[in-house]
Design a protein around this ligand. Structure first.
Ligand SMILES: [Fe+2]
Ligand SMILES: [Fe+2]
Length: 171
């Protein structure tokens, strides 16, 4: 079944189409977990979706980091630290997910999503996009492939390519 594509709220749009597309996938995944789920839903659904979210976000962070490095973005280190903190929060939620109640997991994900959209995408990613517009190819940025990210050691050691293979925004 195809789910309708969600639109990004205007205040989180970066203006770089490939980045916005990956953010749209992330929005759909988090919405799937936090709004379309209830206690009766199969736990396997949570575990599958969290595993996908964890891998997809690792891929997304790696894409941004490689592009920032390519165009000598001066705030790369700080941006990377935020990615690491967000990745750790998600890993903790994924680890809890196998045991804790679904309700607690959904609350944790809502908190994570709030942090991701309001403190990261809305501010930090948009600053990156603004730099790329003036110091790089702007909206024409082409994000790297999984192979390029692997060669450049941008992906975490526990990244599972099979989980995100063939998904939107992943090349
Ligand atoms: Fe970012
Ligand atoms: Fe991002």
């Amino acid at each position: 079944m195809n789910t309708p594509r969600s639109e990004l709220p205007q205040d989180v749009v970066t203006g770089i189409p490939d980045v916005d597309e990956q953010h749209r996938v992330l929005l759909e995944l988090v919405t799937d977990l936090t709004e379309n789920s209830d206690e009766s839903r199969d736990r396997a659904f949570f575990d599958r979706t969290i595993a996908y979210l964890k891998n997809y976000i690792a891929f997304h962070f790696a894409c941004e980091e490689m592009v920032m490095q390519t165009y000598c973005y001066p705030n790369l280190s700080a941006h990377r630290r935020q990615h690491a903190a967000l990745g750790n929060s998600l890993a903790q939620l994924a680890a809890q997910g196998a045991e804790g109640p679904a309700r607690k997991l959904i609350a944790g994900l809502s908190f994570f999503a709030e942090d991701f959209w309001n403190h990261h995408v809305k501010i930090v990613d948009r600053e990156m996009a603004s730099y790329l517009r003036t110091h790089g190819p702007g909206g024409e940025v082409t994000l790297p492939t999984v192979q390029e990210l692997t060669q450049g050691s941008f992906l975490p050691s526990d990244f599972d390519q099979n989980v995100v293979q063939g998904k939107r925004g992943v090349r």
